[in-house]
Design a protein. Structure first.
Lengths: 326, 326
DNA sequence: TTGAAAGCGATACCAG
DNA sequence: CTGGTATCGCTTTCAA
């Protein structure tokens, strides 16, 4: 690879002049052409490491999330990445999956990689751990989809409580009285909020809390699949179920089909995130759709503002999910 | 951030000694402890840019693909990334979407970023352009899912032709005679191969080629959706349709539902990639499932071997897709 | 405007 | 084994 030195030599000017040219400084007109052609001839490209070493910034953003094979996150990340790129940043994506040690490791890793900022979907980190991790190198972080209680950063969230409340009310209005919920671990922010929405709706309809109707586990297909089985075994099984993420919904639908239970005739269902699937069932199943793209775009905008020096108080935005096929 | 200099000073040794300690060299036992505690006290972490500048390698891999919100690519990338990471590499993911200028731009960008190797799902680059792009900085590239004709790199592909051939034969065996295909642009490697599989099956069953049964467009929902409409308007519409990717399949199913056409009773369908959806339809629709994880893992393995200095002739592997719900 | 020179932080050679 | 030093490629003073 050609270096700036080669360009300087070939153009017959000094290194500094080339550097100035490269960085938009003023260069005597008669020097312009030689520099330009030298760059072209040598196909010169600045070494990014040398540049970052000097500049102390990488123009890269860390993105840390559980899983990007899930359409929700995949779509969100694409939107995020597009905006960041338009502004000269590129992203380093890390997925910690369900392995909890990884979340902390990757957080460390991204920091050590020299990212200028971070978009973070937290799952298992405490406020204290977060602070400890970020103490060394304070960079702007935007929390997305979930927020660690007690950590004050920009956050782009969704109105989980309300949307589930509305969804459950819909089921109750249709006459259901035994409505179950299959949801993620209580430690996960979104799972907790969605559970609250469910509980509040049940309570508003004067239905007593029934522990056997609340099934929580990992945010996986298996949780939905086995959860459905367990609910069906109850002496008094539910007549409707609400799921709180993509994989759980798929698990439930699959389990129902395998048992020959027809949705929504025999068991009513409110799905989450998997609009493609729910909309294609006959009849279409109601499902919560989150504004993935808007989430990504907003997170990008917030982060870019911070990178631009914005010092406003941390903002916490709630975007609206909507009910499809209600 | 603390530098190696700070550590050296605090530990009372020279910079070189610290460096040696860091890189697994031999250090006098009594120096070990001071160095260790200095590192801990200062929370020292090597500056990645300085390190890369010196080492002339970044330990990062570029991943260039059309779209990672698609489950096929999302899953593939997750598997790929996991393996790479286990071997000390991290990945830089770029999606060029449907915007063709981007493919070349991002290729350039990834190269300029200093990646040590690349995993590449090509779409619009010619062999010549590819060679031109890679000429400057020769790094190992593994082509995945698709391969540019005339470019000799490792490639991990799928048996597109055979699987579609088998799928179409299945439809023909069930008595269908008018089988249509909705597929991607002929310029896309996989679309072309899948089309060949279709044509060959039709020809093997002595069915004359009918241009109106072959609909090709972008690999999008819209193509499937409108393609279905067009096919239905034919004076003599098909009785079965084969789709050749995720979005197209979704588009077709949606269009069918909106028109109240029942699958597979009225129109038989062979889907592609969207196993979640097809398996949950009643009855389940046959669908081609690709070994996403294996593709990712194999690509990673190939690349790691090259990074390790392997100079064998380029390998081209065909993994087997399979028919689900046949 | 230009160019010499001092770093940025880490590695590796080589003499001690 | 240790530590001084040159070097990686680039940016940025600072004099001229």
């Amino acid at each position: 690879m050609a270096t700036i030195k080669d360009v300087a030599r070939m153009a017959g000017v000094s290194i500094s002049t080339v550097s100035k040219y490269l960085n938009g400084g003023n260069v005597r007109p008669e020097n312009l052409e030689p520099i330009r052609s030298a760059i072209a001839a040598l196909d010169y490209r600045a070494n990014p490491f040398a540049r970052c070493l000097k500049a102390q910034r990488s123009r890269s953003i860390g993105i840390l999330l559980p899983n990007m094979a899930a359409p929700f996150f995949g779509t969100m990340v694409m939107a995020l990445d597009t905006i960041l790129r338009e502004h000269g940043y590129h992203s380093m994506i890390c997925c910690y999956g369900s392995s909890h040690g990884l979340e902390r490791d990757y957080f460390r890793f991204l920091l050590s990689t020299g990212v200028d900022g971070m978009v973070y979907v937290p799952e298992d980190l405490s406020a204290e751990e977060f602070r400890e991790l970020t103490a060394q190198r304070p960079i702007p972080v935007v929390q997305v989809d979930r927020a660690i209680q007690g950590v004050e950063t920009d956050a782009v969230l969704v109105n989980n409580m309300e949307i589930v409340y509305n969804g459950v009310c819909g089921l109750l209005d249709r006459g259901h009285r035994r409505v179950a919920i299959i949801t993620g671990p209580k430690s996960v922010f979104t799972a907790k909020e969605r559970l609250v929405g469910y509980l509040r709706a049940m309570s508003d309809y004067d239905l007593p809390y029934d522990d056997s109707l609340v099934h929580s586990g990992e945010l996986t297909f298996a949780t939905g699949y086995t959860g459905f089985g367990l609910l069906m075994q109850l002496p008094n099984p539910p007549t409707a179920i609400i799921c709180t993420n993509y994989d759980i919904t798929l698990g439930v639908i699959t389990a129902a089909q395998e048992r020959g239970i027809r949705l929504p005739e025999q068991i009513d269902l409110l799905g989450f995130d998997c609009v493609e699937v729910c909309s294609l069932m006959t009849p279409a199943l109601p499902v919560v759709q989150q504004p993935e793209q808007e989430i990504g775009r907003t997170a990008a905008a917030y982060l870019l503002q911070r990178l631009d020096g914005c010092q406003d108080a941390p903002r916490q935005l709630r975007l609206e999910a909507r009910l499809v096929n209600p």
